[in-house]
Write a protein that binds this ligand. Sequence first.
Ligand code: ZN
Length: 313
Amino acid sequence: MKKIVQGIHLIDSYYIEKAVAAIYLIIQNKEVAIIETGTSHSIPVIEQYLSKQELSFNNVKYIIPTHVHLDHAGGAGKLMQLCPNASLIIHPQGAKHMIDPSKLITGTKAVYGEKLFNELYGNIIPICSSRVIEADDNFQINLAGRKLHFIDTKGHANHHFCIWDKTSQSIFTGDTFGVSYREFDIENNIFIFPTTTPVQFNPKAMLKSIDKIMSYNPRFICLTHFGIINPTEKVVNQLKQSIKIMSNIAVENYNKENKEQVISNLIMEYLLQSLTKMGIKNLDLAKKKLTNDVNLNTQGLIFWQQKVNKTSK
Ligand SMILES: [Zn+2]
């Protein structure tokens, strides 16, 4: 797996376990942008990496979570305290949650439960509004002469943007371009599927955002979950297809009494079948790796259907 592409450095945040959630640094003439913060537990890893490059938190100019879900933005408040010269760049719909994270904390506890929340995320620290820059669609920033361009991408969340780095022809896609774990790579084939986390999943918007991302003709897609991939036609088709299949599973089974169980079983079955077709043999290990995503996707799909059913009544 590529770990460094033209000034882009991939760091493992060790969220849950290794190779689940990435943090990217763009380093340009000693100026640093941090894209995705991981959680507050990830901060020592970032500090160590910077010091290996003979840099420190003083060199950090921008801290840029793609959206405010806490595996992407949980460490932002603590990092902002440690990086005196940094501004936080965030989607306009996410800014209020970084300035006052109370609703974000309550919402995340509803998904993970109090105990797991504390283990995974620790303290979430508010950020002073004077240090927050809201990035609309087409917003641009300058990192020592290197332009970073923001693209509004709904579908996974309404507070989600992606970042286009023309210098490396890369796009940082957060959760918009799905999840693809490197342990499932076989030769040139990769395994990719959408993340439909609660509470704003919208399949139509997600498909549109994927087209928007591809309209830049990126050479590389920097996935938060996990790593740098080439967005070939095959990869894009696989991703789009799986959005449709997972959405259909939700639509077809939403009215069943034990919908949560049925939907999560069907999603796991679909993912394992796809892996089998690719030639992956150790399905027990695959199941273990995918369980958390399947649970989150199931919750998000059911939430989406609840909303659809409410508005159509
Ligand atoms: Zn997310």
